[in-house]
Ligand binder design. Structure first.
Ligand SMILES: NC(=O)c1ccc[n+]([C@@H]2O[C@H](COP(=O)([O-])OP(=O)(O)OC[C@H]3O[C@@H](n4cnc5c(N)ncnc54)[C@H](OP(=O)(O)O)[C@@H]3O)[C@@H](O)[C@H]2O)c1
Length: 498
């Protein structure tokens, strides 16, 4: 069971339904994603037997989800799904491939849903719970919302009851929508408002989404039904920006826009916020669809007062301020999933590598803490403008850039992002291995290691690079002098700040 003292509160504590231990084994797919990352601890705290399906295994998961069974599986493979679904009573379907970008995610998500239904039927599970998008069918839905609806239809084509919850914008610490809104309002003095920003939507607080997801598991009447879920407030996108600006005490100017193309706004949002292009473009395009609840039956079945837009914002802001963001949109792997190739899986180790080290009498714990605090608002300790410039170039190329920041400043775990890196391995007081996710002609890693010899510690920073073709080799040699300068300065700063 998850320790109740691990977090300051639990979303489902005031849920009117009771835990249903008779439910048996519950599978959560998409657990490494934003919603799944919040759902699993809640289920464990309610004493459910939980199996978590992940694509890429990490030993870190055992401590992240104590008591949960972890299985490795890619939903593009029916056999792996068969294994994951064996003995399962109910499965949460939270798989989504948005980070693949427009061209790829639609086909992939539909194939995955078909595979999942086949495997669920093979294993004769009792139910599926799917979190979908909110938008009125038979209107011109954006490709993303249309895809979410088609996924629901594909899941529901067999005999297994599928409970579908349709949510619009989800506001919570770490949600893509919240981070887009808050970064836009913090960083942009003037807003040019296009006509489609007057479309109405009904955002919902993350905690209310989690309550509904758990509530429908615990209520037999909800089984196999479809529900719209939303918060207390219906408002336009324009009003959301204004309300948030007021809440943050920011004076902002709002003018009517001449250019109204979604693609332009999607691209600008990716440049001005930590959220990359594949997500901002899809979300902005969805803004033309009214996203309000038409079927409010769930309010009668699972009775609690959902938060208003403002209350949801305050809850998210507070969590951010207390550094208690437990999952984030960036947790899921990016568009090129082959990036999850681990350094240790490469044999031999890339021959393109360069190391910088220094000796220190400082404690390993303090050196470790120092390099683990790198990135995000704190920056890269020295020559920050060079790191930022590299990040901006990556953003212009529609890469992840350096503005993704960090989920938490007090904690680092495997798969957390740090600007354009992702944590691949972390060993307390010893090692931090980061995998680069920017657009580069090859694969790159940055490793920080502490080796201790009788009170003296050797701190090393090593850059590894596996080039792709001639461009990769040119890239490596072009950046070598910059690496020399940057890493030498970085290592000195790590030691100084420890
Ligand atoms: N977040 C929102 O604001 C929001 C709003 C409304 C509705 N929803 C709905 O909520 C659901 C979950 O969204 P989310 O925001 O949590 O998504 P997310 O953060 O992008 O996570 C997606 C998850 O799917 C997993 N996945 C992708 N392809 C897979 C595959 N082939 N096999 C196994 N796992 C795979 C990812 O695993 P990896 O880590 O391995 O990539 C990740 O865990 C979606 O249906 C979405 O439409 C979300």
């Amino acid at each position: 069971m998850q320790s109740k003292t691990q977090y300051t509160w639990w979303f489902c504590d005031d849920l009117p339904t009771d835990p249903r231990i008779d439910k048996g084994l519950i599978l959560v797919t998409g657990a490494t994603g934003y919603i799944g990352g919040r759902l699993v601890p809640e289920l464990l705290a309610r004493n459910y037997r939980v199996r978590v399906m992940v694509r890429s295994f990490s030993p870190d998961y055992a401590s992240r989800w104590p008591g949960a069974e972890i299985v490795q599986g890619d939903a593009l493979d029916v056999e792996q799904l068969n294994t994951a679904l064996k003995g399962v009573d109910t499965a949460y379907y939270l798989i989504h491939s948005l980070l693949l970008g427009y061209k790829k995610f639609e086909k992939t998500d539909i194939q995955v849903a078909i595979n999942f239904r086949i495997a669920a039927e093979n294993q004769k599970i009792k139910g599926i719970i799917y979190l979908s998008g909110l938008g009125k069918r038979n209107t011109q839905l954006s490709p993303h919302l249309e895809n979410r609806a088609i996924v629901g239809e594909n899941l529901s084509q067999g005999p297994i009851p599928v409970t579908i919850l349709r949510a619009g914008m989800i506001i919570g610490s770490g949600s893509a929508s919240y981070e887009i809104l808050s970064n836009l309002v913090r960083n942009t003095p003037i807003f040019f408002i296009p006509g489609w920003a007057k479309t109405k939507s009904q955002p919902i607080a993350l905690r209310d989404v989690i309550k509904y997801l758990v509530g429908v598991l615990e209520l037999d009447e909800a089984r196999g039904k479809e529900f719209d879920i939303g918060g207390k407030t219906i408002l336009t996108y324009d009003k959301k920006l204004r309300d948030l600006a007021k809440l943050l005490g920011k004076k902002r100017i709002f003018l009517p826009a001449v250019i109204t193309t979604h693609a332009v706004y999607g691209y600008l949002a990716s440049l001005l916020t930590p959220v990359p292009g594949p997500i901002t473009k899809v979300l902005v395009r969805g803004c033309r669809n009214e996203a309000i609840c038409h079927n409010n039956e769930i309010r009668e079945l699972i009775k609690f007062e959902p938060l208003s837009f403002e209350e949801a914002l305050i809850a998210a802001l507070l969590r951010e301020e207390k550094d208690q963001v437990t999952s984030r949109w960036s947790d899921s792997f990016p568009y090129a999933h082959e990036l999850s190739v681990k350094l240790t899986e490469l044999n031999p180790v890339p021959k393109y590598n360069t190391s910088y080290c220094l000796l220190s009498f400082k404690e390993p714990a303090s050196l470790f803490k120092s390099f683990c605090s790198i990135g995000g608002k704190v920056g890269w300790f020295q020559s920050n403008w060079m790191w930022r410039l590299r990040g901006m170039i990556d953003r212009l190329l529609l890469g992840v850039g350096s503005s993704r920041g960090r989920r938490s400043y007090s904690e680092l775990r495997v798969d957390d992002v740090i600007d354009f890196f992702r944590v691949e391995n972390i060993k307390k007081d010893k090692l931090l291995l980061l995998r680069a996710e920017m657009k580069i002609p090859g694969k790159a890693w940055l490793e920080f290691i502490i080796d201790s010899y009788e009170g003296l510690n050797k701190l090393s920073v090593t850059a590894y690079f596996q080039p792709s073709g001639i461009m990769g080799k040119l890239y490596w040699y072009f950046f070598l002098p910059f690496h020399f300068y940057l890493f030498k300065a970085l290592i000195k700063q790590i030691e100084k700040r420890s």
